[in-house]
Write a protein that binds this ligand. Structure first.
Ligand code: MN
Ligand code: MN
Length: 400
């Protein structure tokens, strides 16, 4: 029996029996069954005839940008408003602001992290008002969260790039909003955490740092601003005291012994991946939280996505086999943000050209969502998560 060609649409029904037109709402005028239905006086093919012929002039629902599917419209984080003006961030009393740092001039191996912020923003399949199953909260109902846009980056100008990241993060943090910065290579933590420390008080914040690498090199091939050195620069400048540094997930063959000696001299505390293997992530994160709270007023959380095993997070610049599970990292982010005062956060080293099926970008996206949800729980429980900046102390006030 020969196969019949599909019949063209007729009477609003296609050959498989599905209605060509969606169901009409009750009470709507019944459209004509005549395919040539058109307003009187309009001939077929004339302007004005198609909409009424096919029902395209019927009232359909229109969605806000926020409620549209995540693949429609501008790719802001979670379809949230794109607000770059600090005065507007202040007016809205924004709690959390996403900041992009699309910068990878400082990598020592695979490049591509400059495409990270856009990929992290896009790696989400849900939109609108979300509900966290993990912590039972609706983060965007509880908090005012916006996407504050990107630092003003151009290629091959690393000093300018770091300056622009510093200014952007300082501008956002000065409004009282908590910046969550999407890198970018890990060098961006130097300007970003410096900006947060400056807005609060240099030396007043600690850093919890997830990474396969300690990033405390004196330099990389002579480059002081490289992505292997940001933590050294922060400690040397006094932005963050060495003893308020807690590192989690280190493994592999870096740093060398002389760098470990420098870290010991400066009081850094770190938890190797082998410790997580032996004691479990839960016990190690507990210790890290205790150490993080020992001294500083607030914590800046820096997540190098290469802390996750490259089997789960292949899209990164310097992958190191034998890392954490995504679920261990996401749980750790929720627990840390839930227990310390969060001053700022970054999620770095996502390199989309080396990613596969958006796996790495998705984990980064979820790190941000989990942090926001943990902040939302605090807010629901009656705590303000914004930073209430101290009024600048005048000399007279300081003497009083
Ligand atoms: Mn790093
Ligand atoms: Mn790393």
């Amino acid at each position: 029996m020969s196969k019949r060609p599909p019949r063209p649409p007729r009477d609003g029904v296609v050959s498989n029996g599905r209605a060509l037109r969606p169901a009409r709402s009750a009470g709507a005028a019944r459209p004509s069954r005549d395919p040539a239905h058109r307003p009187a006086g309009v001939e077929a093919g004339e302007p004005g005839s198609f909409a009424s012929q096919w029902g395209w002039d019927r009232p359909f629902e229109v969605y806000d940008d926020f409620d549209l599917p995540s693949y429609v419209g501008p790719s802001t984080f979670s379809n949230l408003p794109w607000i770059t003006d600090p005065a507007e961030l202040e007016r809205r009393r924004v709690d959390v602001a996403i900041v992009g740092a699309p910068f990878d001039d400082m990598v020592t191996h695979r490049p591509g992290a400059r495409f990270g912020p856009r990929a992290i923003r896009e790696a989400q399949n849900s939109s609108g008002s979300l509900n966290s199953l993990q912590v039972d909260v609706r983060p965007f109902e509880e908090l005012t969260v916006v996407d504050a846009g990107d630092a003003n980056i151009v290629p091959a100008r690393f000093d300018r790039g770091h300056a622009m990241i510093f200014r952007k993060v300082r501008e956002v943090a000065a409004t009282g909003a908590i910046p969550i910065v999407f890198g970018g290579d890990h060098s961006i933590t130097w300007p970003s955490a410096s900006a947060v420390a400056e807005v609060r008080r240099p030396g007043s914040i600690g850093i919890v740092h997830f990474d396969a690498h300690a990033d405390t090199a004196p330099d990389s091939f002579g480059q002081l601003a490289g992505h292997g050195s940001p933590m050294r620069r922060l400690i040397e400048s006094g932005a963050v005291p060495g003893r308020n540094f807690v590192q989690i997930g280190l493994r592999g063959y870096w740093p060398p012994v002389e760098v470990l000696d420098w870290m010991r001299e400066h009081g850094l505390r770190w938890h190797l991946m082998t410790e997580i293997e032996e004691r479990g992530a839960e016990a190690v994160i507990d210790d890290a939280i205790t150490e993080a709270l020992d001294g500083p007023d607030a914590i800046y959380l820096s997540v190098d996505i290469d802390v996750v095993d490259p089997g789960s997070a292949p899209g990164t610049g310097t992958p190191e086999p034998g890392g954490m599970l995504p679920r261990e990292l996401l749980r750790a982010v929720r627990r840390i943000v839930g227990q310390v005062e969060l001053a700022g956060m970054d999620i770095v080293e996502v390199s989309p050209p080396y990613d596969w099926a958006e796996l790495t970008a998705m984990i980064a996206n979820r790190c941000a969502l989990e942090a926001i949800s943990a902040l939302a729980v605090k807010h629901r429980d009656g705590r303000d998560v914004r930073y209430a900046a101290q009024a600048p102390r005048t000399r007279a006030a300081a003497r009083a």
